[in-house]
Design a protein around this ligand. Structure first.
Ligand SMILES: [Zn+2]
Ligand SMILES: [Zn+2]
Length: 326
């Protein structure tokens, strides 16, 4: 392997990027355990979202009886709670990384600042544009899906899973949601890169060549609809309200946290919370690579993986030239 590095990046994580060890051969049980431990049980995005899910369910959700009929009171409770969650998480990360520049460029992938102004953006600037799509149609669709599924659960259209009946399945579902996400996101993301869909829908997300937290859910409403529509898998597999809340929060909030543009949140000199993934950051700059995540190596299997090395970059350029016919 050469010592050359990709150009134009400020911070580079350890490369080549590693996919989940579950899919590496020969299997290494220790590495697999470490992966699950680090992605779930240290203070991680997943754990924080799980805590938010429980708080949302116990304090800011209707009872299953109340959810039987569509009523303004609980519908607005869900909408306001979701709006608040998006605003606080997107807002705090933006303030930390960009407004106050609390860790400067430490762990920042792309050295360039966000684009304050730009004609390509709705409302004339990247941050306004990103907040507009996230807090506008994004929160609306998130809340609408949650409301429909809770109503479906309350009325018997979605099979109700109770911890007391099937505790293992109840717990396993939480672990399966991120794996399902990896598959689902890869598939719809590849479809969104078909020329027509890209031009009219996905290009809104790709206005962001350099990303910030508000870029994560900044998408055309049709894309938000497809992306969050993943939650309707519960029509087949059943759910407890906790699974539905977690599923949607996991999609929405990790879209925000994976787009911070930084590898993690530094407190003191330590990376206390792993955030943005270089994997997806490269997708925003190079397009023709890394459609999925690292949880399941779809990109590796379908030849679209860019692991951050010069070799992978050359391969990607060849793919791009083939597509554009140059
Ligand atoms: Zn894309
Ligand atoms: Zn993105």
């Amino acid at each position: 392997m050469s010592d050359e590095q990709l150009k134009g990046w400020h911070h580079l994580p350890q490369i080549p990027l590693q996919v989940s060890p579950v899919f590496q051969w020969p299997p290494n049980p220790l590495k697999i355990m470490k992966w699950f431990w680090e992605s779930w049980f240290l203070i991680t995005e997943k754990l924080i979202i799980l805590a938010l899910t429980f708080a949302s369910y116990y304090w800011f959700s209707p009872s299953i009886d109340a959810a039987r009929s569509l009523d303004v009171e609980w519908i607005s409770l869900i909408y306001i709670r979701n709006f608040f969650l998006a605003l606080v998480i997107g807002g705090l990360l933006h303030l930390w990384f960009y407004t106050f520049s609390a860790q400067g460029k430490n762990l920042k992938y792309d050295p360039r600042p966000l684009m304050v102004k730009g004609k390509q953006f709705t409302l004339g600037g990247q941050i306004k544009d990103n907040m507009f799509w996230t807090l506008g149609s994004g929160v609306l669709i998130w809340s609408a899906f949650e409301i429909v599924l809770l109503w479906g659960l309350a009325n018997g259209y979605v099979q109700n899973i109770e911890f007391s009946d099937t505790p293992i399945w109840f717990v396993a579902l939480f672990f399966l949601i991120p794996l399902w996400e990896s598959f689902y996101f890869y598939v719809i993301h590849r479809i969104l890169h078909f020329p027509l869909l890209y031009r009219y829908i996905h290009s809104i997300h790709h206005r962001n060549i350099n990303v910030g937290p508000w870029s994560g859910m900044s998408m055309h409403p049709a894309e938000q609809f497809m992306f969050l529509g993943s939650v309707f898998v519960h029509l087949i597999v059943g759910a407890h309200p906790l699974h539905i809340i977690f599923h949607l929060q996991y999609y929405f909030l990790t879209a925000i946290t994976t787009h911070t543009g930084f590898q993690g949140l530094l407190i003191g000199d330590k990376n206390r919370l792993a955030l943005g993934t270089f994997h997806h950051q490269m997708h925003h700059r190079y397009f023709e690579c890394n459609y999925g995540s690292l949880e399941i190596p779809w990109d590796k299997w379908f030849g679209s993986f860019h692991d951050g090395t010069i070799e992978a970059n050359k391969k990607m350029q060849e793919r791009r030239n083939n597509i554009t016919g140059k």
